[in-house]
Write a protein that binds this ligand. Structure first.
Ligand SMILES: [Zn+2]
Length: 185
């Protein structure tokens, strides 16, 4: 069964593993190996002019990428007021799209029919799968959140490890690390 951005990690991981098994020769798998999300790849996008805006007018979706008319620079739009985990997962979902502009971005023919619909579903699932894995890496999480000027928030083990030195609050007592799971759902 297909998985979506709102599927559990188990469903998402199972679906993408199946895609890898059934379609082992898709270019996207090679592209993922070649262009992993790293601290320097995030820096590269930012030095190319990538910006982020938390937008309080967004209602129907949690995030997206637009091209600013005047500057022609890319902007990640995040719905304002998302809870911390969803904010960070959405940020990394959009970063995953941006790392694979050829294989994980929408094409103009996406509404041509069922084939395109199936492709779009697979593309979104792979994007979400990549994004959630990258979000769970404390170094990437810290770098992305701080680079885009977002507020550091602790809500799971990865975010604890990312921000324990920055946030000196009640949520960061050392003993708590053992209690936090890594959120993937
Ligand atoms: Zn997407």
């Amino acid at each position: 069964m297909a998985a979506t951005a709102s599927s559990s990690w188990k469903e998402l991981d199972g679906y993408v593993s199946k895609l890898i098994q059934v379609f082992p020769n898709l270019q996207i798998w090679k592209d993922i190996e070649r262009k992993p999300i790293t601290v320097s790849s995030i820096d590269h996008l930012i030095s190319d002019g990538l910006n982020l805006i938390e937008d309080s007018t967004i209602t129907v979706f949690t995030g997206g990428i637009v091209i600013e008319e005047e500057t022609k620079k890319m902007v990640i739009l995040l719905k304002a007021g998302l809870d911390s985990y969803n904010r960070d997962v959405t940020l990394f979902h959009e970063l995953a799209h941006l790392h694979h502009p050829i294989y994980l971005s929408r094409r103009s023919n996406e509404f041509d029919g069922f084939v395109s619909y199936a492709e779009e579903t697979a593309r979104e699932a792979i994007t979400e799968w990549l994004g959630r894995k990258a979000r769970a890496d404390p170094e990437l999480l810290r770098h992305a959140v701080l680079s885009f000027g977002l507020e550091a928030q602790v809500y799971d083990k990865s975010s604890y490890q990312a921000f324990q030195k920055i946030i000196r609050g009640q949520q960061c007592f050392p003993f708590m690390e053992q209690e936090y799971p890594v959120l993937m759902d």
